[in-house]
Design a binder for this molecule. Structure first.
Ligand code: APR
Length: 261
């Protein structure tokens, strides 16, 4: 049964009670979060009405590892964007905090996030419960030797005048420790996500268009395993009709209503 609740900001209490009941009766809940959970923290999403790709379709095509490695100008621009990114000053919102409460209740199986902003860790979810499936902006990595370190180190070098800092160990190209288009996900992370989707009683998909694979496959995997899928998203997703409940609304408003313990 799919229950669409108008996204006019007013949430149907009956529907919230239904989903609360589903979540409360679940022994374990897996979460897949996307950029939509962080928009109320000031970080734009990608495909929403004001998304990064929506506003600049060409940017998505350039956001590949191939472009980054081959074109020094792409790297120089990327370092300037990192230097002024909202991701380093953003703070968690009530949506992130509601997921911390879910963990404190002992029912969080795994929190798989597509987000690279680190806000789930900052909010207080345990790092060992979180799978940052697309990596993190808070660390740098060398594409050649795999060396890693705190992003602040690299940004300090850019502030000191290095437009395209290279690895101090091997001279290789340095990027943020995110998974760019054209790169593979970490196999162990993907396995954890697939296990969560098939083991947890409920898969809660929050603030994601469920359009990027392989991680969007968590939803069909959960459905094939007979698990319940609940979607909280401001706009329709390809899996709405298969969910037992769909809530149109802002995650920072809906999640506290669903998970307030
Ligand atoms: N509450 C609920 N939903 C929201 C909110 C909000 N406050 N703000 C935006 N949304 C919805 C948008 O309507 C959109 O459908 O969140 C969804 C975000 O979808 P995307 O922008 O596609 O982001 P995401 O699904 O996380 O993208 C997956 O794509 O570009 C890559 O690597 C990038 O991790 C990203 C991946």
């Amino acid at each position: 049964m799919s229950m669409a609740i108008p996204g006019d900001g007013v949430i149907d209490e009956g529907a919230v009670a239904f989903v609360r009941g589903v979540l409360e009766s679940a022994a374990s809940v897996a979460v897949l979060s996307g950029a939509g959970i962080s928009t109320d923290s000031g970080i734009p999403d990608f495909r929403g009405p004001n998304g990064v790709w929506t506003r600049n379709p060409g940017a998505e095509k350039r956001s590949t590892i191939q472009h980054y490695v081959e074109d020094p100008q792409v790297r120089r621009e990327a370092w300037q964007i990192r230097l002024h990114s909202d991701m380093f000053t953003a703070t968690p919102n009530d949506g992130h905090r509601a997921l911390v409460e879910l963990e404190r209740s002992g029912r969080l199986h795994t929190l798989v996030t597509q987000n690279i902003d680190g806000l789930h860790v900052i909010a207080g979810n345990s790092p060992d419960k979180i799978v940052e499936i697309h990596g993190t902006v808070h660390r740098w990595e060398c594409v050649s030797c795999g060396a890693r370190g705190p992003m602040d180190e690299a940004l300090d070098r850019v502030r000191a005048g290095e437009e395209d800092p290279h690895c101090l160990f091997c001279g290789g190209i340095v990027k943020s420790a995110t998974i760019m288009f054209g790169q593979s996900l970490v196999a162990a992370d993907l396995m954890r996500a697939e296990l969560a989707a098939t083991e947890a009683d409920v898969l809660l998909a929050i603030g994601t268009s469920l359009s990027v694979y392989p991680i969007a496959a968590m939803v069909p995997l959960a459905l094939e395993a007979g698990r319940a899928v609940v979607i909280v998203n401001a706009e329709p997703t390809p899996f709405d009709e298969h969910a037992i409940a769909v809530i149109r609304g802002s995650a920072s408003v809906v999640l506290p209503a669903l998970l307030a313990l």
